[in-house]
Design a protein around this ligand. Sequence first.
Ligand SMILES: [Zn+2]
Ligand SMILES: [Zn+2]
Length: 138
Amino acid sequence: MTIIAGGCLCGAVRYQAELAPQFAVLCHCRDCQRISGSGHVPVMGVPKSSFVVRGETKAYAARGGSGLAAVRHFCPVCGSLLFGTPEIVPEIVSIYVGSLDDPPVFKPDTVLFARDRHAWDATAGPFIEYATMPPPPK
Ligand SMILES: [Zn+2]
Ligand SMILES: [Zn+2]
């Protein structure tokens, strides 16, 4: 079992998790753009059972595409966006990959919300691309 770790810019918050990606996506939705000030957010889903966080975070909940809350956690001191706890998949924590100590462990295979992607934010695939979210499993 490989353990990955990460934290915020100022060091007040640290976390670790098992490297057992449940998904590895680039999300170009407008909410991710706004909260990160960027074109997209790279996100890796890890099992919540393996996730440990040290330090206080602040959380902001916004209604996601599913209609359920997407809760984004960030450092109250330096503002770094760290991880999310999406209500739609309560057994998963979604790590914002830029906060990892070793971001190259992230191997994205999917683009979400390609409809909101900007021409200046093209990413090198090959990726499976969805205009918004993948259809729910049957
Ligand atoms: Zn911080
Ligand atoms: Zn998004």
